[in-house]
Ligand binder design. Structure first.
Ligand code: ZN
Length: 355
């Protein structure tokens, strides 16, 4: 079978490889891949910034945002059957207390593995094999939109964490801000609109295509080349209760913390591998958090229940804004064109690889 692999830590090494279709054991499932979404993580792995091959191997098959069809199941498999459409989760547990409790998105030891990223092959291949415990069955009516489920799970967890945290008081959130308008930012905006919040989105552009999506969703967009982040509450005449930071820029993360309103919460999701330094007024930063009873939290990966909630919300979004989710998939490539696909990430919302 055909797959896309990298030589971990080697720049621009993504290439097609041919391997045998893997066999399955009694509790495993063989999945034929339909679509795989690619994102900044795949780009950075191809740039050699990170990525780890499975133990004893030299290559890593990449891809972690999958959609496929079950073609064969082991004799003990109960959760899915041939013909079912499935999305696989990404992280696999180690033996820490959280992983043992099924909370491997909250892994304490950090010895987890991740398919397509760290120590396990990913889904950019014609077939993959997975234990039934790590597959999420998706309704047929979602069709290709289910390829958005993995990024959606990241947004679901971030919002779930915010709402759990805010149970510390009576909290009636009205206005939320999403920084960054990539696929994750737009999916987050969709979830917040489904929750009935007023949503502000910010990035550093005025993109006509995205503007049509914002107006359909009822999201107010600001270009932070034209207005400072911390001036937006004054511009809209009310405070921001919740900020989900998804730009990939750590200085925006710090500004977001200083922008959120009284009793507010900021969820940081950007993985910033660099060493950027900025100078801030630490007294102002500290005092703002203390006097405003504010919370800042980090959120990575997702729990299985975030995938399950993601299915409900993809269905709800498709019902409320029919055809809108399909507009997020703007680039489509065959596996042989992986380098073009990775280059296309900067001008697209969601790029998918089709098998
Ligand atoms: Zn763990």
């Amino acid at each position: 079978m055909k797959a896309v692999a990298v030589i971990p830590k080697k720049k621009n090494s993504a290439h097609i490889v041919h391997t045998d279709i893997p066999g399955i054991s009694d509790n495993e499932v063989l999945v034929k891949v339909k679509l795989v979404g690619i994102d900044g993580t795949d780009k950075e792995i191809n740039e050699g910034l990170y990525g780890k091959a499975p133990e004893g191997e030299n290559l890593l098959i990449i891809g972690h945002e999958s959609l496929g069809e079950v073609v064969k199941t082991g004799k003990d498999v109960k959760a899915v059957k041939p013909g079912d459409m499935v999305v696989a989760t990404v992280r696999r547990p180690d033996d820490c207390v959280n992983c043992r409790a099924g909370e491997y998105d909250m892994c304490l030891k950090g010895e987890y593995t991740e398919r397509g990223i760290k120590g396990r092959h990913g889904y950019l291949s014609e077939y993959y094999v997975e234990d039934e415990r790590f597959l999420v069955k998706v309704p047929k009516e979602l069709d290709e939109l289910a390829v958005l489920l993995e990024p959606m799970s990241i947004a679901e967890k971030a919002i779930r964490m915010a709402y759990i945290t805010q149970k510390r008081m009576k909290w009636e959130a009205k206005t939320a801000m999403v920084t960054g308008t990539g696929s994750l930012g737009l999916l987050t905006a969709i979830l917040l609109r489904l929750r009935g919040l007023d949503v502000i989105s910010v990035d550093r552009s005025d993109n006509e295509y995205k503007n049509t999506i914002f107006s359909e969703l009822g999201v107010t967009h600001f270009n932070t080349k034209k207005i400072n982040l911390h001036d937006i509450p004054r511009a809209i005449g009310r405070q921001i209760d919740l900020i989900i930071e998804e730009t990939g820029n750590s200085s925006v993360a710090l500004h977001a913390i200083m922008t959120v309103g009284t009793n507010g919460v900021v969820v940081l999701t950007s993985i910033t591998g660099g060493e950027k330094h900025i100078e801030i007024c630490s007294d102002c930063f500290n005092q703002g958090l203390v006097l405003g009873n504010k919370v800042v939290l980090g959120s990575v990966n997702a729990h299985r229940k975030d995938f399950e909630q993601g299915i409900n919300d993809l269905l709800a979004a498709e019902q409320q804004w029919h055809g809108l989710l399909a507009k997020l998939i703007t680039g489509r490539y065959y596996p042989e064109k992986i380098h073009e696909a990775l280059l296309a990430l900067k001008d697209n919302i969601k790029v998918v690889i089709e098998f």
